[in-house]
Design a protein around this ligand. Sequence first.
Ligand code: F0G
Length: 353
Amino acid sequence: MTEASGLIVRYRDRLPLPAGAAIISLSEGDTPLVRLQSLSDARRGIEVFAKFEGLNPTGSFKDRGMTMAVSMAVHQGARAIICASTGNTSASAAAYAARAGITAFVVIPEGKIARGKLAQAMMHGATVIQITGNFDAGMAIVKKMPDEAPVTLVNSVNPFRLQGQKTAAFEVVDCLGRAPNYHFLPVGNAGNISAYWMGYCEYAESGLANARPIMVGCQATGAAPFLRGAAVAQPETVATAIRIGNPQSWDLALAAQRESGGWFLAADDDAILAAQKYLAENEGLFCEPASAVSVAGLRAELSRSAIPDGATVICTLTGHGLKDPDTAIAQSTEPIRVGSTMDEVRSVILDSG
Ligand code: F0G
């Protein structure tokens, strides 16, 4: 038996899990800060790091919230959990429910979640409910379901989700030894930006960081309610994880932006895919399209000189690129097909030079 690990063990004194509650964990958290060598600028003293959340057990940051939400649900006697999802929450809920020996019901928009995420939910034995409507329609249904059936809601409106997710901010400060100056991250349902802000504020209040970063929330142009200042009825973007028009944590996300002196920006699908490809080709980091919106946003802000010299910048890469192989392959060059001879393979190599 190895000792229990994961973020609840690491940050136990900062998380509201009652003593004696069983910890449902897959050793999530403790993800790396990877320096982005091609976006950092030694002359200007700008340092850029990716917080690579794709290295969590189910391949996204959702595991941070799910270890807390499922541990609490089990502690309170739940036998089943439910969520609406654009894919990653369903994958994570399914895995943690499997770990806990309880049932997961996941409500997803038909045809609009990436294949890897669907495979995860199915493999972990969740009951997958595909609806014709989008994520927002699913959210409206599952929010009321605990009144109709014996299920615990594990979307980020469940406060324990944000409690778990705030630990990502703790890790950033613990790793850097101080708070960064800017933090760029994708915004969909708006739980994660709210959770990071909570984490940064707690560390500052406890004297573990002497400052808090400026938060920059990045949305896809076709699904950008924070830029419009109102819900979007028909959100559309290649970044299906953030294809959300009516974010549930609206007020918390706005507070994070205002209190930090930050802003929201939008990147179009072409810029998102270009940033995804750029990270893969220049940094060796493969993230999913929704994650790349943070880097698309940073690239735009760097090119209009909105980031001052000497700044330390974090971009959260929320999910792994393997989640969405179809989008990756669609934007890549076809493999070269040859026969199985030395001559043919060698000529490809020599021709490529
Ligand atoms: N990035 C990825 C990869 C996501 O899966 C999500 C949200 C976000 C960013 C946005 O985070 O919602 O906290 O603002 N995915 C949810 C899901 C909605 O169902 O998996 P947020």
